[in-house]
Design a protein around this ligand. Structure first.
Ligand code: ADP
Ligand code: MG
Length: 556
């Protein structure tokens, strides 16, 4: 992807001071370039904001110029886009990183936070040009963010974890315009269901372990075939010929190391001090020894399998290879083998089923066995894929979303969106607060900032006003993206808020200004708080940089 086209500034200003021996240029130049980079990120990302936001097409760089790329993705996920686009300018990269931080912490609100940051810098730029010192601006921005988060706290409404309707609105607001309309409702219900299932009451309030949510996508079927599974999904087949399609209350053993035939040789060598490698090699060319060895192998495998059979294990999950020649032994014992399982998945299965992960099968004891209520093995012949589903378990509650989609692209995008919805709902219940979306909360914050600015007697009042303009960048972008008249919309939003209706915002679908709470456009207050603080700190970081050193140190 050509990054230059998104940036009004390139990194030509990077000066290796130690390199060139040139005297440093004026600090203003670096700052101007960083601000230009930050603004370019805002320009690039703001067209994706909200349900009417546009998507971006990401092409793999290989052959992209000829338009030959096989690999492409359509997305409007802010954090993902900013991760994938190789911005050159340091200012742009710092802003792009704030979206990643937002994603990591809140799951959603990534585009918003990147817009906050770039708009703050855009809004204070004229003040710099007027000669106001960056440090005055930094202090003004810090103060404005404090005022903004205070306004946010005042407007935040508590919500009960049992209030499924409000929570579904949160989920819907997070995924609307990003997920096919037909399944927004269902996915939102699941997101709430998943969070309510996973929530635990801790000393310091409700906690939701979203680590225990798994989203898998399959190219089979259509989006509306997507399912919520009260358990785990492994996109795997069974290795042997014993392939149960359904098991009730199956038990599971998990080992990380592979199981190989060569090991029987090693095992024999270590247990029989009279043999040597040579002896075994020669021995195997002698038919009698081969027979003896085969017997020994059976003996050895039986030794490995006996404890599994005794513990009535139905499935063995192995983190590495299991040699084909050994599989019949497992088949005979009616133990289904899943090999080459990913470490992360094995850990999750262990948590869900209560199994203890062993390094090698030899270490298995009956106490290590995990239990689950039901197992199902499904084939999807059209895409040559299989999936093993475990429902319920003796361990922790795990919830999976098995997303279906007709292309990988929609599957991936769906995975991200499902996680966004779940994270937004869990953030809401963990921090117990919702605010009106559709730019309503930003309009309230901007109004509070302007009122505060009028009471501050020094130059910081100009900065606070600038931050108010920047925060209003959200309703502006929503308006622009919905094809509405920006000036007219912002004017009527401000008028409604000055008349006391703080829940007036942009109704993107209707392309009008109206009551957002009634329309179910709600957002987690915590996501906004984190976003405002992160954006403020990114803006002030950039404002404090007056020089740019290109390091010679290759270890960097
Ligand atoms: P982000 O990455 O910041 O979450 P989104 O593209 O998801 O960006 O857009 C989020 C913004 O869209 C929020 O301000 C939210 O309130 C707003 N929004 C969501 N649904 C609607 C809607 N139906 N009408 C107006 N605004 C909406
Ligand atoms: Mg969003």
């Amino acid at each position: 992807m050509a990054s230059g086209s998104h940036e009004s500034s390139t990194s030509t200003g990077n000066r290796g001071v130690g390199n060139s021996g040139q005297p440093p240029e004026g600090s203003g130049r670096v700052l101007t370039q960083n601000i230009a980079g930050a603004k370019s990120v805002g320009d690039f990302i703001s067209t994706t904001l909200g349900p009417c936001g546009m998507d971006k097409l990401l092409l793999d760089t290989d052959d992209a110029e000829e338009g030959l790329s096989e690999y492409f993705e359509v997305t409007n996920n802010g954090a993902y886009l900013l991760k994938r686009v190789p911005f050159q300018s340091p200012g742009a990269r710092v802003v792009a990183r704030v979206a990643a931080a937002q994603e990591e912490r809140c799951g959603d609100g990534t585009t918003t936070t990147a817009i906050y940051a770039s708009e703050i810098l855009r809004a204070v730029e004229p003040l710099l040009e007027q000669g106001i010192h960056p440090s005055t601006i930094v202090s003004g921005v810090d103060f404005a963010i404090e005022v903004a988060t205070e306004a946010l706290r005042d407007e935040s409404q508590a919500v009960s974890i049992n209030d499924s309707e409000q929570l579904q609105s949160i989920a819907k607001t997070a995924i609307q315009g990003k997920t096919a309309d037909a399944i927004v409702e269902t996915l939102s219900e699941w997101a709430v269901d998943a969070v309510q299932t996973l929530a635990t009451d801790e000393e310091d309030g409700v906690q939701v372990n979203t680590d225990l949510v798994q989203v898998e996508s399959l190219r089979a079927g259509t989006l509306s075939d997507t399912e919520l599974i009260d358990g785990m999904v492994l996109k795997k087949s069974f290795a042997g010929t014993y392939e149960p399609t359904e098991l009730q209350n199956p038990t599971i053993a998990i080992v990380t190391e592979g199981i190989a035939r060569a090991e029987t040789i090693r095992h024999r060598l270590s247990s029989d001090s009279n043999s040597s490698t040579q002896e075994v090699e020669y021995g195997l060319s002698d038919p009698k020894s081969v027979e003896a060895f085969a017997e020994y192998e059976i003996e050895h495998v039986t030794e490995l399998l006996d404890p599994l059979v005794a513990a009535d294990v139905d499935v063995v999950l192995v983190g590495d290879r299991v040699e084909d020649e050994l599989l019949p032994h497992f088949d005979d014992a009616e133990i289904a083998v899943v090999r080459n399982a990913r470490a992360g998945r094995m850990k999750k299965v262990a948590r869900a089923t209560g199994a203890t992960i062993n390094k090698h099968l030899r270490e298995f004891t009956p106490d290590d066995v995990g239990e689950t209520a039901q197992l199902e093995w499904r084939r999807y012949p059209a895409i040559e894929q299989n999936a093993i589903l475990f429902w319920g378990g003796a361990g922790e509650q795990v919830v999976s979303v098995l997303a279906h989609g007709s292309t990988w692209m929609s599957g991936w995008e769906l995975e991200r969106n499902v996680m966004n919805a779940i994270q937004s709902v869990s953030l809401t219940v963990e921090h117990d607060g919702i605010v009106p979306g559709g730019g309503a909360i930003e309009t309230t914050i901007a109004r509070r900032l302007r009122t505060t600015a009028s009471t501050v007697g020094d130059r910081r009042s100009l900065v606070i006003e600038a931050v108010a303009d920047a925060i209003e960048g959200i309703p502006k972008a929503l308006t622009r993206n919905a094809g509405m008249d920006t000036i007219q919309t912002i004017t009527s939003l401000r008028a409604a808020h000055s008349n006391g209706t703080k829940t007036t915002g942009v109704l993107s679908d209707e392309r009008t200004v109206g009551e957002v709470v009634e329309s179910g456009i709600l957002e987690p207050a915590e996501s906004k708080r984190y976003g405002l603080e992160a954006a403020g700190s990114v803006a002030t970081t950039i404002l404090r940089i007056d020089d740019l050193i290109v390091s010679n140190d290759s270890s960097n």
